[in-house]
Design a protein around this ligand. Structure first.
Ligand SMILES: Nc1ncnc2c1ncn2[C@@H]1O[C@H](COP(=O)(O)OP(=O)(O)O)[C@@H](O)[C@H]1O
Ligand SMILES: [Mg+2]
Length: 457
């Protein structure tokens, strides 16, 4: 604000002083030229009247005093002996004057002119020439420029006054205008503060300017994202609590029923204890999955990237899962079209593929097969995991990657699982900048296609 006013005032002051200065020099030069005109005429007149030999001429004297009155100036006439023949102020008459200007006029035959700004007068000399151009005498005039200085001073004062008034007006107007302009932004701030303090659960709206609309829109978008995140966090916490509680509840029921009976037969004890152990295993599995998922949720910076032979990695996973497959007579096949060395985090990506293969076994028919293939081109490697199992109904396909989502209730009670497997798989693949797609038909089988860049760049 202050800077704006300074930017406005400084040019005003400069302009004022420039205008006053040029007015003054113009007025002085006008005065000079008019005096010069008059004096040249006067010099001719003096010569024709032969005034230097006859200084008592009444006609000339009256002309001289008239002129000196008109210009508020003093006229001196000096003869060739440097004697002052006439002084309209009657101070120096009869004395000798050898001032620089007079001498130079005698010598050069030309007039001089000088403006003394400090004492406010113009000093001019003119030669009085005989018809043969020889200098007979000098006319010395000093004219006061007092009134020019005075009027320029008035001009200057008026200019300054106008500048001061104008800047005051600008200051006051600016103050109110700025207040008015800023008001909608203050309203935006208040609205945001209200949301932050929790008074307001709605989206905010301050439609005063395009800018405030843009700001509030951006804020509302951010707000809805934050809310969605908050909701999904709450949902996650409640899901986790529920999942963790289920095995505990079963264990509690089993233990209570044992405690409630006297003389429980040993076999029943054994049976219930086995059930309790199963529940403990389930609890353990859930916690393990949760921990892997939390680790995957962290930033990609935590990836432990190494150059890994993908064939070797897949072979390892298949070897580990073979016992579960064999238990149900399911054949595990690995087909490598193009082997590849890729920059990946073996632990995390291994988790992704072993979840896919494990699902292929779990949701399969006894005596079925799971086929894993590996292929690669210059940029990517491709892994598919296909099975001949039960397949995934179309309406479930978009949900299976959600945390804790488990398919058909009918099989989800008989087939154990946490519903976290595919969520983990997807996070791990995304951390590797990969994509995962699936193809499935109920009763025929499911194929997961994964594509991952070979190099991190
Ligand atoms: N290969 C598959 N065949 C059929 N259904 C599958 C397959 N893989 C996953 N699903 C379905 O997707 C759901 C989610 O899978 P997942 O996240 O691995 O959890 P979980 O295996 O613990 O149930 C499973 O409950 C199942 O209904
Ligand atoms: Mg699974």
């Amino acid at each position: 604000m202050v800077i704006l006013i300074l930017i406005g005032i400084v040019p005003c002051i400069i302009t004022t002083s420039v205008v006053v200065r040029s007015y003054r020099s113009r007025a002085v030069s006008l005065r000079e030229s008019s005096v010069k005109n008059q004096c040249e005429i006067l010099c001719d007149f003096l010569e024709s009247e032969n005034y230097l030999s006859n200084p008592d001429s009444a006609v000339v004297n009256s002309e001289l005093s008239l002129l000196s009155n008109v210009y508020n100036g003093r006229i001196l006439i000096v003869d060739s002996d440097y004697r002052v023949v006439k002084d309209t102020y009657d101070i120096d008459t009869g004395k000798t004057s050898v001032s620089k200007e007079v001498v130079s006029t005698f010598v050069s035959g030309k007039g001089t002119s000088q403006y003394d700004e400090q004492n406010a007068y113009i000093l001019m000399t003119f030669p009085i020439c005989r018809p043969d151009d020889s200098v007979e005498g000098v006319l010395l005039v000093s004219v006061s420029t007092n009134e020019i200085v005075q009027s320029s001073r008035i001009l200057e004062n008026q200019g300054l006054l106008t500048t001061v008034i104008a800047s005051l007006v600008v200051l006051i107007l600016g103050y109110f205008l700025a207040g008015m302009l800023v008001k909608p932004f203050l309203r935006v701030t208040h609205a945001i503060e209200d949301v932050t303090d929790g008074f307001e659960d709605e989206a905010i709206s301050v439609p005063d300017y395009t800018e405030t609309v843009l700001i509030t829109n951006a804020f509302n978008q951010m707000l809805s994202r934050v809310r969605a995140m908050d909701n999904s966090r709450q949902e996650f916490v409640s899901n986790v609590s529920h999942e963790l509680k289920t095995p505990l509840t079963s264990m509690k029921v089993l233990a209570d029923s044992l405690n409630g009976q006297d003389n429980v037969p040993n076999e029943l004890y054994k049976e219930f204890m086995q059930d309790i152990t199963q529940e403990i295993d389930r609890e353990n599995k859930i916690i393990t999955d949760l921990l892997s998922m939390v680790r995957l949720d962290k930033k990609a910076a935590n990836l432990n990237i190494e150059t890994i032979d993908i064939t070797w990695m897949l072979e390892g996973i298949i070897k580990r899962l073979k016992p579960i497959a064999q238990a149900r007579g399911i054949e595990l096949i690995l087909e490598v079209t193009q082997g590849v060395q890729a920059e990946v985090d073996e632990g995390k990506l291994g988790l992704a593929f072993s979840n896919l293969i494990e699902n292929g076994i779990k949701y399969n028919v006894d005596g079925g097969w799971v086929r894993v293939t590996l292929n690669a081109d210059k940029k990517y490697f491709y892994v598919t995991v296909a099975d001949c199992g039960m397949g995934i109904p179309e309406d479930q396909q978009e949900h299976i990657f959600e945390r804790f989502y488990r398919g058909d209730k009918s099989h989800s009670t008989t087939i154990e699982g946490t519903g976290l497997g595919l969520a983990i798989t997807k996070s791990a693949i995304l951390l590797h900048h990969g994509v995962i797609r699936l193809n499935s038909k109920v009763g025929e089988g499911t194929t997961f296609n994964v594509r991952i860049p070979i190099s991190r760049q």
